[in-house]
Design a protein around this ligand. Sequence first.
Ligand code: BES
Ligand code: MN
Ligand code: ZN
Length: 490
Amino acid sequence: MRVAFAASSLAQTKADLLVIGVPAVSASADVAATLADLGDFAAALAAVATDEEFTGKPASTLGAPTYGRIAAGRILLVGTGPGAVADVRAAAGIAGKEARARGAKTVALAFPGATVNTVELRAAIEAFAEGNYKFDKYKSTGRKAPADALVFVGVNEDMDAVSRALALVAGQELARDLVNEPADTIYPESLAQVALGLASDRVKVVVLDETAIREKGMGGIYGVGKGSARPPRFVHMTYTPAGEAKGHIALVGKGVTFDSGGLSLKPSDGMMTMRCDMAGAAAVIGAMKAIAGLAPAVRVDAIFGAVENMPSGTSYKLGDILTMYNGKKVEIHNTDAEGRLVLADCLTYATELKPDALVDLATLTGAAVVALGDWYSAVYTRSDALAATLAARAGEAGEGVWRMPLPDLYKDKIKAEWGDIKNVGGRAGGSITAALFLAEFTTLENWAHIDIAGPAFLDSALMHYAPGGTGTMVRTLTRWVEGIGDSSAK
Ligand code: BES
Ligand code: MN
Ligand code: ZN
């Protein structure tokens, strides 16, 4: 998608769809003031607004054909409320969604009377692209093309903001595509191949196959992977900045390309969307793509274990005891609690790299979905500073995170009878005990685990997001890395 800036009047702006952000007003009639630039078409629109009781409430819309009275083919008014940045994001997201629904190729976006600053401009581009995204490649009919040009009217040109926003968009869209693709297309080997495809002068990618995984002693990844006809992969990507690094971040993702539950087989309903169980790895790959595009002065290591969790004659079993990469012995009580086993080895490996901070992303527990729903990811960390930083970056990125407790008090729940720990902690606080399990595999204070099981995949549309993969956390993580690269301090 191309992003441009135009100084034309709204009436003369050529576009398939002209979207105008309208701040909240007390009565529909007041809408006319925002539309003044549309000439005599403004009065006609204002009359429709009155009829439809459109007053610019956040996320409310009013669409109409223009009958050739202005240069644009169709018009959409979107309420921006008091004009806060969150609402510019929401308005642009709606614009993107509407544009896709209509197959509008050129979309003009204006916020008359408002000054759109750099932060808001980035938010608008990101959200527009997010709303414009729809995974329809397997539809034989009725497909609508995404927009190929977004033109801001009456907004100060800022090409730096554009390129930064587009780098994030590219990373997030890659993550969404990877999640949406069927598990028959994205399996451990092909997911590793996607990472290899991002290799460049600045990005090195190392892939371990099943034999190497076993020989390295990564018993978690090997154990979960051995029931599948598609062997596991371990992937380590490293982005090295051209100049001196101002920090060193490690990202880890859960890459279960399909989670059938294994021998502890899931019922069909729960299994239906389990191609999304590699959303953590997809987000990490997407973030690396965005980071490579932005080229911040930060070293970033991205690590994921890619496995398919299947029931078969070679599956790991209940009562098995896996020896993990850090030597701990894990007693298996449920083969559906596989993500923590895969992540555990990745966390130990990432810890060896001695990063300043380590963050893992995983569609880890149904309990996180029950607790926080579709919008909020659960953040677990012992570092108040890291929790605050992630919350701030998520706020800027327009993503939802919520900090959860990580209390030693519950550690007893994962004590094992035969091994050191077991892989389930019971129904109560299931997302917390999963995080406590992970904590056994890193010694880093500056570690955060983000359970993205809710936001990673939407069963139905939410805000401007189409159903399916959201690419959640790509923007939050990338902004975090970008911020470290921009500051002189670590
Ligand atoms: N991949 C699932 C968690 C999940 C559930 C992700 C819903 C996205 C949406 C995970 O591997 C799993 O099956 N967890 C079990 C753990 C239990 C067996 C301790 C769960 O949450 O039920
Ligand atoms: Mn599972
Ligand atoms: Zn899983």
